[in-house]
Design a protein around this ligand. Structure first.
Ligand SMILES: NC(=O)c1ccc[n+]([C@@H]2O[C@H](COP(=O)([O-])OP(=O)(O)OC[C@H]3O[C@@H](n4cnc5c(N)ncnc54)[C@H](OP(=O)(O)O)[C@@H]3O)[C@@H](O)[C@H]2O)c1
Length: 250
C-alpha cells in the first residue's frame, strides 16, 4: 500500500515534535508535509517535507488538499492562530479529508497567580490603565498597536525577530528571544527591567510557562488574554493522542 499523505499545519513546538514522532512511529507509511505561515526567520525545520506561506484562505487550502491528494489534515497551529484553524475546518468540510485539532492544554491557574483575565488584546491594553508603569508585553510582535495609546508607560517587548517588528510604542526596549525559556532567565529579566506587570496570551505549553512562574514568585499581576474557542471536531491535547489518531487512519 502506498504511503498516506499527512499535512500538519504548524508553527509551534508541538507541531515539530508531532512530525518527528509520526515519522519515527510510521515513517514507512506516511508522506508528511509540515506547513508554515512564513512569519519567522531562521525556521528550525522539522523532519519530513515542508512548505511555507499562506494557502489563500479556506478555498486555497481545499485546492491544495485536492492537488496534493492529502489524506489527513492535522491542525497543530498556535491556539491564537484562529483564522488558520477556521480555514482548516472549512477546507476539511469542503474536501471530506479527516481533520484533527491538536489543542495544546491551557496553563492551570495556581492559587497564588494574580491573573487579570481579559478577552482580546484591546481589553488587555485597557486593563493596563489601572496597573503598573513598567510593562512586559509577551504577546508577540504583531499585536502591539492597542498599547500605543498608553503613552506614559515603558514597555519591554520580547519578539522572535526584532528587525521584522519595530513596535509602535513611544517608550520601549525590544529584546529578541526564542523559547524555551528557563525560570532563571525570566526571573532575571523581571528583576533587571524592574517589571511591574506582565501581559501574556493564555498560550499554554511548556516553552513559555516560566514567565508565568516567575511573575507568581515575584507577586506580579499578569494580564492574561483568554484563548479563542477551539474549532469543533476531533480534538486531542497530547502528542501521543495525535499520533494515535493518525496511525489509526493509515
Ligand atoms: N498567534 C500567535 O500568538 C502565534 C504564536 C506562536 C506561533 N504562531 C504561529 O504563527 C503562524 C501565524 O499565526 P497567526 O496568529 O498570524 O495565524 P492566523 O491569524 O490564524 O493566520 C493568518 C493567515 O496566515 C496563514 N497561516 C497561518 N498558519 C499557517 C500555516 N501553518 N501554514 C500556512 N499558512 C498559515 C494563513 O494564510 P492563508 O489564509 O493565505 O492560508 C492564515 O489565514 C501560525 O502558523 C501559528 O501556529 C502564532
Amino acid at each position: 500500500m502506498s504511503a498516506r499523505k499527512v499535512l500538519v499545519l504548524g508553527g509551534t513546538a508541538e507541531a515539530a515534535a508531532l512530525a518527528a514522532r509520526l515519522l519515527e512511529r510510521a515513517g514507512d507509511r506516511i508522506d508528511l508535509v509540515s506547513s508554515f505561515a512564513g512569519r519567522v526567520e531562521g525556521l528550525r525545520p522539522p523532519p519530513g517535507r515542508i512548505r511555507i506561506g499562506g494557502f489563500g484562505g479556506a478555498d486555497g487550502l481545499a485546492a491544495y488538499i485536492r492537488d496534493e491528494a492529502i489524506d489527513l489534515l492535522v491542525d497543530s497551529t498556535h491556539p491564537f492562530a484562529d483564522r488558520m484553524s477556521r480555514n482548516a475546518r472549512e477546507a476539511a468540510d469542503l474536501t471530506g479529508v479527516p481533520r484533527l485539532l491538536f489543542w495544546r492544554p491551557p496553563w492551570p491557574r495556581h492559587p497564588l497567580d494574580r491573573w487579570i483575565e481579559v478577552d482580546g488584546i484591546d481589553a488587555a491594553a485597557h486593563a493596563l490603565r489601572h496597573l503598573g508603569r513598567r510593562v512586559w508585553l509577551t504577546v508577540g510582535g504583531t499585536e502591539l498597536a492597542p498599547f500605543a495609546a498608553l503613552a506614559d508607560r515603558w514597555f519591554l517587548v520580547r519578539v522572535i525577530d526584532a528587525a521584522r517588528t519595530p513596535p509602535p510604542l513611544a517608550d520601549c526596549t525590544v529584546i529578541e528571544g526564542r523559547g524555551p525559556f528557563t525560570l532563571e532567565n525570566e526571573r532575571a529579566l523581571l528583576r533587571y527591567h524592574r517589571i511591574e506587570v506582565v501581559v501574556s496570551k493564555a498560550s499554554g505549553g511548556a516553552a513559555t510557562y516560566a514567565k508565568i512562574e516567575a511573575a507568581r514568585e515575584a507577586d506580579l499581576p499578569v494580564v492574561m488574554v483568554r484563548r479563542p474557542l477551539p474549532e469543533p471536531g476531533d480534538r486531542v491535547e497530547s502528542i501521543d493522542d495525535a499520533v494515535a489518531w493518525v496511525t489509526a487512519r493509515l
